[in-house]
Design a protein around this ligand. Structure first.
Ligand code: PMT
Length: 320
């Protein structure tokens, strides 16, 4: 029902109350300026004579704080590898990428750096100069060159988040800043987004005490922002969401449902046990399996290639 003519639909009021109760972004003005600068530059660039396409890639898991002065939180599974790898391939395909990522998660062009044995990457020479080990030098040189090129050409903007509150506010800001890109805009929502949260006003301020015994906590459902994104924030953009399940028996059915219910153009379905090896691209009436060729290749390379083609077709058809 139209909210101007009567009571608001439950989804609409859930969205409103989520944003009203969310703590405002600490660096909201800075993000806003960075987005504006990035978009201004992009609007003047071209890709083979046509305006540049822009994709917002979301990556990593959102957290749900349990206390306002947060000591404990609920986390979502995601290393950020898929988003980081996909970002590299989108840049390679000529897209400008807004990489919205969880702080501390995997970064584009740094995916090969070992996190737990970082020091093994370096050698100390006799005169105490630090250098990258010869065995890794080729890889690091390529990563540095690709990263610098992306940044210098103005094709990569990185915006970090941690909590579900930050993530959804940033997604909204990015969507608004991309509105001028119309069908040339794309959303590639690989982040693992919390389904339940504690509203800020009902959250304990201080660390919850264990002396009080077992903890009973009621979590509120996070409104699904996919339909809001499609209908209000970015109605012309090409939207791709991901569907992660652990039960293969329900995966495709849930992906089909996300297509219908949220009006996604593509849903990429993956199963926890095999998500690095295989995904299924679900579109209206079609399912395409994408498998990783071998351990040396990235599944995301093929995935981005196919999505790039679909997006191109979408633009050609005027967003139909
Ligand atoms: O980062 P990696 O370790 O490489 O792993 C990649 C991945 C497995 C996390 C990725 O491929 C993936 O599947 N991401 C989506 C995970 C997820 O949140 O799935 P879901 O089924 O819970 O949600 C489906 C979609 O709804 C998501 O695109 C999400 O953006 C959206 N959503 C979810 C909850 C919510 N409240 N609002 C939303 O809009």
């Amino acid at each position: 029902m139209d909210s101007r003519n009567g009571p608001e639909a439950p989804q609409e009021s859930n969205v409103k109350s989520f944003f009203n109760s969310a703590p405002p972004l600490r660096d909201g003005d800075l993000i806003c300026n960075k987005l504006k600068e990035f978009m201004d530059r992009i609007s003047l660039s071209s890709e083979n004579g046509s305006p540049v396409r822009v994709v917002c890639v979301t990556s990593g898991g959102t957290t749900v704080p349990l206390e306002q002065r947060c000591v404990r939180y609920i986390d979502n599974f995601s290393s950020g590898h898929r988003g980081a790898a996909s970002t590299e391939y989108f840049v390679k395909a000529g897209y400008a990428v807004i990489f919205v990522y969880r702080r501390g998660s995997c970064q584009p062009y740094c995916r090969y750096l070992p996190q737990d044995s970082f020091l093994e990457f370096f050698d100390l020479t006799e005169d105490s100069t630090i250098q990258v080990c010869q065995s890794h030098a080729t890889m690091v040189k390529k990563a540095i060159r690709d990263y610098r090129k992306a940044v210098e050409e103005g094709l990569l903007l990185k915006i970090p988040f941690t909590t579900i509150f930050e993530y959804l506010q940033i997604l909204q800001m990015v969507a608004k800043s991309m509105s001028w890109t119309a069908t040339r805009g794309m959303f590639y929502l690989a982040a693992a987004v919390s389904d339940f949260y504690v509203p800020w006003e009902s959250m304990a301020e201080h660390k919850i005490q264990s002396a009080a015994g077992p903890l009973d906590m009621r979590l509120t459902q996070v409104p699904k922002m996919l339909s809001v994104l499609r209908k209000e924030w970015a109605p012309s953009a090409f939207c791709i969401s991901f569907k992660l399940e652990t039960d293969p028996g329900i995966l495709l059915q849930k992906a089909d449902m996300a297509m219908r219910k949220y009006g996604m153009h593509v849903v990429v379905a993956n199963e926890l046990a095999t998500y690095k090896e295989e995904v299924i691209i679900v579109t209206k009436g079609r399912r395409t399996a994408v498998r990783r060729h071998n351990k040396e290749t990235d599944l995301e390379e093929q995935l981005v290639y196919l999505l790039d083609e679909m997006h191109y077709e979408y633009i050609k058809q005027g967003g139909a």
